[in-house]
Design a protein around this ligand. Structure first.
Ligand SMILES: Nc1ncnc2c1ncn2[C@@H]1O[C@H](COP(=O)(O)OP(=O)(O)O)[C@@H](O)[C@H]1O
Ligand SMILES: [Mg+2]
Length: 508
């Protein structure tokens, strides 16, 4: 007696590390010290633990209590260590069985009344505990469904500290308390946005299909009301179901963001459309203390849609360059780097000018030419350089709108899934799975160079300076995807022609 230890999990980005929590009681003057790099919220843990214990019928002993969280170098943020600290102290005082306490990983915040509050990040924390070989984890009752998503580790939900103490052998009468629920999952509404709703605009529908099949980023340029938002919001529906690994990442990011995870892992690609007033932290992640994932991380394995893209501050758009380059999001802090997944598919939409009327029928644009030029220039450069598909979306006119492509989301997804399968098979021996990701070297390697007759229009454009090398590669990537969609083993001249067309966004 006098010393007990247990474990908790510290999450930094997606990486969870085990934290050892030791409690020692000595007969010095009564007091409570917490050591091991605690941030402000963790410092307040002392007060929460003291009140929670008193209100649970197992008050902390009137002795000198020292709690150490180690390793000291590991950042420890937030309030999820409360439960572990409390049971470690109760183990040290003999109220609970110290050996039982030592075998279990504890996650949860305490309310002053002794109830255990749900915390963000339960799913990745339980995954980390399992990876480190633990067999049992005690979580807030409100998070039990989320913890139970992880097979191979026993999850115990407790509604109060008293219940936790009883689980660890404390001789207390059980008292029923009302469980604090986690944020309720939104009722799963059937996504009724179908591709077949789009009438006319066959090129744009086609472009969405190509974007989905190759994982290409896309830029849609057109006047207000042309259907850009409508098209972008239908892209996630065209993507295949998430793989098991992607499902875990998507749900883990949601959990870390404090969003409801529900009682099953995500199965469909996410869609995130942050408003243009969003801050860099909201887009990429951040916050004081605990680093929370932003919209870009929540869009990983799905679609990040930036509507009215030129309206976003340059500094905010620039934060996307690193994830677009590397496929992961890194947020640097003193003493820690948080990493989140960053493999989202970017869709940018823009009006041709601030008033939106430039180039549309009955041109009523009132923007001075200079303003107009500057408007789209905000997007150019490093960001658009990575966007393979750039398309003008005209307003559908009455005559043209009579014709509907009729391609349903379900039928389109089946085609996309086949095309992705063909690409993955071809890229079997490479680190990439989609055409959007293959390197320039792969495209130029002798095994994949196309016949000179096929690439002639491209080669000529490169020679005359009409196309940069980067642009040349983007066309080739898209051409491979078009060939995959048509079930052809290598791109033909027609595929190159169509790929060239899919990068012709012009404001005129
Ligand atoms: N091609 C289209 N097919 C069907 N409806 C369309 C089409 N284009 C526009 N619409 C209608 O116009 C509305 C505005 O379209 P939206 O996607 O918001 O345009 P944008 O984002 O280009 O301003 C949509 O809600 C939709 O009802
Ligand atoms: Mg719109």
């Amino acid at each position: 007696m006098g010393l007990a230890r247990t474990r908790a999990v510290s999450m930094v980005g997606m990486r969870g590390s085990m934290v050892e929590i030791e409690a020692d009681l000595s007969s010095n003057l009564p007091g409570f010290v917490l050591i091991g790099l605690p941030d402000a919220a963790l410092g307040e843990a002392k007060d929460r633990v003291r009140s929670a214990a008193a209100n649970s019928g197992c008050p902390l002993p009137p002795r000198k209590i020292t709690v150490n969280l180690s390793p000291a170098a590991l950042p420890k943020h937030g309030s999820s260590f409360d439960l572990a600290i409390a049971v470690a102290v109760l183990g040290a005082s003999g109220e609970c069985d110290a050996r039982s306490v030592g075998r279990v990983v504890h996650l949860g915040e305490l309310g002053l009344d002794g109830r255990v509050r749900p915390v963000p990040g339960i799913l990745p924390s339980v995954l980390a505990a399992r990876r480190c070989g633990f067999e049992r984890v005690m979580v807030p009752a409100g998070n039990l469904a989320e913890a139970a998503l992880v097979p191979g580790i026993e999850a115990i939900g407790v509604a109060s500290l008293r219940e936790a103490a009883i689980r660890h052998g404390a001789e207390l009468e059980p008292v029923r308390v009302e469980m604090i629920p986690a944020a309720a999952a939104e009722p799963s509404v059937q996504d009724d946005r179908d591709l077949a709703d789009v009438v006319g605009n066959a090129e744009a529908v086609d472009a969405m299909l190509v974007a989905a099949a190759g994982g290409h980023h896309a830029f849609l340029l057109g006047p207000p009301g042309a259907g850009k938002t409508m098209l972008a919001s239908r892209l996630p529906g065209l993507l295949p179901d998430l793989t098991p690994e992607a499902a875990i990442e998507v749900s883990s990011v949601r959990s870390l963001a404090g969003l409801p995870v529900g009682d099953a892992l995500a199965s469909r690609p996410p869609f995130e459309a942050p408003h243009h007033t969003a801050s860099a932290a909201a887009l990429i992640g951040g916050g004081s203390g605990v680093i929370r994932p932003g919209a870009a991380a929540r869009a990983a394995h799905g679609v990040l849609f930036l509507d009215e893209a030129p309206e976003y501050p340059r500094s905010v758009l620039d934060t996307l360059r690193q994830p677009l380059e590397s496929g992961s999001i890194e947020i640097h802090r003193a003493g820690a780097v948080a990493t989140f997944p960053g493999q989202f598919q970017l869709v940018l939409a823009a009006n041709p000018c601030p008033c939106g009327q430039f180039g549309s029928t009955g041109n009523s644009c009132t923007c001075p030419p200079n303003t107009r030029r500057r408007y789209l220039a905000r997007l150019s450069g490093p960001l658009l350089d990575r966007v393979d598909i750039q398309l003008s979306v005209p307003r559908v006119t009455a005559a043209r709108s009579l014709r509907s492509g009729g391609l349903s989301t379900a039928a389109a997804r089946a085609r996309v899934t086949d095309a992705r399968g063909a690409a993955a098979a071809r890229l079997r021996s490479t680190p990439w799975r989609t055409n959007a990701r293959v390197s320039g070297a792969w495209l130029r390697s002798t095994r994949h160079t196309l016949a000179p007759g096929v690439t002639r229009p491209l080669d000529r454009a490169l020679e005359t300076g009409g196309l940069t090398m980067r642009g040349y590669e983007r066309v080739l990537r898209v051409a491979w995807t078009i060939a995959d969609l048509e079930g052809v083993s290598t791109p033909t001249a027609a595929h190159i022609g169509k790929a060239l067309y899919l990068r012709k966004a012009t404001a005129a």
